[in-house]
Design a protein around this ligand. Structure first.
Ligand code: FAD
Ligand code: NAD
Length: 447
């Protein structure tokens, strides 16, 4: 074949030697998308040994990242590797390093790629080693946005935690255990803010949440849905400071450890630890010049192909057309998309599919003993109807200008209820307004 496996010694005129390992396929990244891509190549496409390399900056094999803010912090006993390597969420055994070895997949861990030359189809790692590919799947994901990048004073102090990778989860876990009955400030009212707050509270840490919006999860929740969750959090002792952001952090007596959190509003909070979840930034830096970009992501077409025909993309890092919504270009930072786009990109990459990627947006979260799911779209002018606020089940639908159901939400639904709501978001039937209004008025969970 054209792509030989194993090291190739190449002599150049100066007689120095460069070792280049060549692969038919390289998956760049070791997160959710990478794990599902490897599985698809092995299990569906029976890829031959040493034709595939998965290259990851992380020191452990791909794992189910969502576990870091849930089972890793709260389960008893807490979830630990190898228990949540990919692809346990898709059923089956965790893909440990043995799995990769057994299937002849070269899993190159702790290997950060620092240079990508798409013309010569070569990647260069930090230690200078080089890898050549026939086809490349980009799955570099996203990183947490850090407050020191925004130039905030005191943001480098100890005791300020972020959560993206497993080493950070371990540090957060240790801090949480060391601060039982003490006080944490959580910065950000999105997914990390809500999930980490729930974990802290479950472990006996008191929490104050600070965020700029008028309510939690402002991107998705309506005020009514947010109020429902804020009530549950408040009952567990969480307090909220809304409509402001952190101005700076400071320590006490030069300890080097965060103690004071000054807000833009002027207030100063005291805390024993701080958790920050202020959003993610896609890791595109290697390709900013070489590939077309859109909306902060690597632009791909409906086949998840980038502007270079041998390079594909999946997961958090891509901006892709949403077929369901007139090919509106979007970036999605959720695991369902990471998994599905990875498997789809692999099918296209090996020549097994010419179908477009047809993703139905799907978001979920789990906090305390609650678990909500959302399918579909939330157009800016959508009318929302929330029904069944009891039980504690909560159901909501989003209805667009033309009177069709476009988004659906349920808390702690049964399998049948969830299947029904997913179907509604996919098929977008005209809304039966009378019935929905009645259900909302009656707050009937079965409405
Ligand atoms: P990632 O999983 O971020 O993986 C990117 C990988 O690429 C990493 O291994 C990284 O080290 C590697 N990499 C990047 N650049 C390089 C380089 N130059 N060289 C080598 N390797 C590189 N989504 C949900 O839908 N539900 C949830 O409940 C949920 N919970 C979450 C909880 C937490 C704590 C976090 C952080 C995220 C959560 N998400 C959740 C989001 C979900 O995890 C992401 O959408 C998903 O992980 C994206 O997968 P990915 O493979 O695109 O990127
Ligand atoms: P997010 O985008 O969900 O929320 C960011 C929040 O940060 C906003 O809601 C806002 O309240 C706040 N914010 C923004 N700028 C701020 C500032 N300067 N000061 C204070 N607050 C500020 O992002 P996240 O919660 O940090 O999550 C990071 C990534 O992890 C995202 O990609 C997210 O989708 C993913 N994630 C997903 C889940 C899930 O799907 N259940 C769970 C955890 C993490």
């Amino acid at each position: 074949g054209r792509y030989r496996s194993g090291p190739i010694r190449k002599h150049n005129w100066s007689m120095s030697t460069t070792s280049v390992k060549a692969y038919e396929y390289i998956v760049l990244g070791g997160g959710n998308a990478a794990g599902y891509a490897a599985r698809q190549l092995v299990e569906k496409h029976a890829i031959a040994a040493h034709k595939l390399a998965v290259i990851s900056a992380e020191s452990v094999a791909p794992y189910e990242r969502p576990a870091l803010s849930k089972g890793y912090l709260t389960a008893n006993p807490p979830a630990r590797l190898p228990g949540f390597h990919t692809c346990v969420a898709a059923g089956g055994a965790p893909q440990t390093p043995d799995w990769y070895a057994k299937h002849g997949v070269d899993l190159l861990l702790s290997t950060e790629i620092v240079k990508a030359d798409l013309a010569s189809k070569r990647l260069t790692a930090k230690d200078g080693s080089q890898y050549a590919y026939g086809k490349l799947l980009l799955a570099t994901g996203a990183d947490a946005l850090h407050l020191n990048e925004l130039g905030m004073a005191g943001a480098e102090l100890d005791g300020i935690y972020y959560l993206r990778e497993i080493a950070e989860a371990e540090k957060l876990y240790e801090a949480m255990k060391a601060n039982v009955n003490k006080h944490a400030v959580v910065v950000g009212g999105g997914y990390i803010g809500l999930e980490c707050t729930a974990a802290l509270v479950a472990n006996g840490v008191r929490v104050t949440m600070v965020f700029p919006e008028p309510h939690v999860m402002a991107r998705l929740f309506t005020p009514q849905i947010a109020a429902h969750y804020e009530r549950i959090y408040a009952e567990k002792g969480v307090s909220f400071i809304k409509g402001t952001v952190v101005d700076s952090f400071a320590d006490e007596h030069g300890s080097g450890r965060v103690r004071f959190i000054r807000l833009k509003s002027g207030a100063v909070l005291e805390a024993d630890m701080v958790v920050v979840g202020i959003g993610a930034k896609p890791r595109t830096a290697l390709f900013d010049k070489a590939l077309a970009m859109e909306a902060r992501g690597i632009k791909v077409d409906e086949h998840l192909r980038t502007s270079n025909p041998d390079v594909f993309g999946a997961g958090d890092v891509i901006t892709f057309p949403l077929k369901m919504y007139g090919n509106r270009m979007t970036r999605v930072e959720h695991v369902g998309h990471a998994r599905q786009s990875a498997m789809h990109a692999v099918d296209v990459m090996v020549g097994a599919s010419t179908e477009p990627y047809d993703y139905l947006p799907f978001f979920y979260s789990k906090v305390f003993n609650l678990s909500w799911k959302f399918w579909g779209d939330t157009p800016p002018n959508a009318k929302t109807i929330v029904a069944g606020e009891m039980n504690p089940k909560l159901v909501a639908v989003w209805i667009d200008d033309s009177g069709h159901i476009v988004g659906t939400f349920i808390e702690s639904g049964t399998e049948q209820e969830e299947a029904k709501l997913k179907e509604l978001a996919r098929t977008r039937p005209p809304a039966d307004m009378e019935r929905l209004e009645q259900a909302a008025a009656a707050k009937d969970p079965d409405g």
